[in-house]
Design a protein around this ligand. Structure first.
Ligand code: ATP
Ligand code: MG
Length: 410
């Protein structure tokens, strides 16, 4: 992608109306734009990061046997009445249609997925089944000051599984847990992400959260040294809260045994081998896609800007052409094409206006957080050389132009 043809503008200034570091950085670097508190546009660069996160999640979900679909955001009130959540979910947005009928703007999709799967899966032969989607969720959050960490509108991957026995559910729950661990490893936050026992609501003893350690987290997690198990604060007794060490963390995922809470609400059963009606056991599995982008921006940054892990970076190489001479841009054009041909994602800073000097280009490279910069300049070109910068270490080395294509960048 050529900078001059892209939809990108960085800023020197930190946005005044953002207190969260993730939003400050992502806005300054041109990844997102704020529409109102808790509501953001994803600009082309930001969308590339979102797509990378989604690809990792999608691959691991598909490996569990889950099947992707897409459900709507609008949901009839009667579904929420059936599950008795119309009045109890405080973040629920409620809308009125022109005919006066009320609908919910879905904050989660049990109320849609349960009757949907009910229309298709009824015999024991149809199970187990797990469906998932990646979609915008709406929650009327009271406080939305944490940038992408808490949106009023945000992206979530949500999966729902349906089983004929508790044992089958438990086996699949363990498979999902493993998939989640793989996802956080691939995102570069596996070492910081803990499996935490949390409140299971009124239908199971525990649910499990994936909590990424960070000072900006709103959750407190406690480690029980005896069992080496993490617990969320809400289920730790006062006595243990005094004894155990606590750490701040961000909830990046939540897997949840639902027992027959939702299948029961919709009178959804399956017919077993003998023709008898039996209860259906469900589980749900959520991941905050946009929240993950936010926590990555919090964790992978330094004074100069973002430092993306390679697995989610919008581009692998920032190619800077420095100077006024045509020869520099001709050479850079050539290198740009060669890198692209090799399947390397390149953002080519081909700006030639006077006001965009080397300082501006290098600052943009550092702010954007792309792993490598290749510099082509008049001085270097005299010796048929370019320069390779590594964002994470700050290391700069001269390399013969002929060697650029043999660099292992991906
Ligand atoms: P929280 O306790 O942080 O409000 P939650 O437990 O209500 O979150 P879930 O219903 O478990 O959230 O949603 C699944 C995942 O979606 C969460 O683990 C989190 O990563 C993400 N998520 C939830 N609420 C938000 C939000 N307002 N903005 C961004 N991501 C969110
Ligand atoms: Mg949760």
């Amino acid at each position: 992608m050529r900078y001059t043809q892209y939809f990108l503008k960085t800023s020197k200034d930190t946005p005044a109306d953002e207190s969260a570091r993730n939003a400050q950085l992502l806005i300054q670097a041109g990844y997102i734009s704020k529409e109102m508190a808790g509501v953001y546009s994803f600009l082309p660069l930001g969308l590339r990061v979102i797509k990378k996160i989604k690809t990792i999640i999608r691959e691991e979900m598909n490996n569990t046997g889950a099947i992707e679909l897409l459900m709507p955001s609008l949901c009839p009130k009667e579904n929420w009445k059936k599950t008795q959540r119309w009045d109890s979910v405080d973040v629920l947005y409620k809308l009125k249609l022109t005919n006066g009928k009320e609908v919910a703007l879905s904050p989660t999709h049990e109320e849609i997925v349960t009757p949907l799967v009910q229309r298709f899966c009824n015999s024991y032969k149809d199970f187990p089944v797990c469906v998932y989607q990646m979609q915008t969720k709406f929650r009327n959050e009271a406080r939305a000051k944490s940038g992408l960490l808490r949106g009023r509108e945000f992206l979530m991957k949500d999966a729902y599984s349906f089983h004929t026995t508790q044992e089958d559910f438990e086996a699949y729950y363990a498979i999902q847990k493993k998939a989640y661990e793989k996802i956080y490893d691939r995102l570069g936050i596996g070492h910081l992400t803990k499996y935490v026992a949390a409140d299971g609501g009124d239908f199971s003893e525990f649910s499990h959260e994936f909590q990424t350690l960070s000072e900006v987290g709103e959750d407190d997690i406690f480690l029980d040294p005896e069992t080496d198990t993490y617990f969320n604060k809400e289920i730790v007794s006062d006595a243990n809260q005094k004894k155990w060490t606590s750490q701040k963390a961000v909830e990046v995922g939540n897997i949840f045994p639902l027992a027959d809470k939702f299948s029961k609400s919709f009178d959804y059963h399956f017919i077993d081998k003998t023709g008898k009606k039996q209860k259906i056991i469900m589980g749900c599995y959520g991941i905050g896609i946009s929240r993950i982008m936010g926590i990555l921006a919090e964790l992978f940054a330094d004074k100069k800007g973002l430092v993306w892990p390679k697995s989610v970076t919008p581009f692998t190489v920032y190619l800077s052409a420095i100077g006024k001479k045509d020869a520099v841009y001709e050479k850079a054009d050539e290198v740009y094409q060669q890198l692209k041909d090799q399947g390397i994602e390149v953002l080519y800073d081909d700006r030639r206006e006077k006001k965009v000097g080397p300082g501006q280009k290098f600052a943009d490279f550092e702010l954007l957080g792309i792993p490598y910069q290749i510099v082509i300049s008049e001085r270097l070109l005299e010796n048929q050389q370019g320069e390779l910068w590594t964002r994470k270490t700050g290391k700069k080395i001269d390399i013969p132009l002929t060697d650029i294509l043999s660099l292992e960048l991906n």
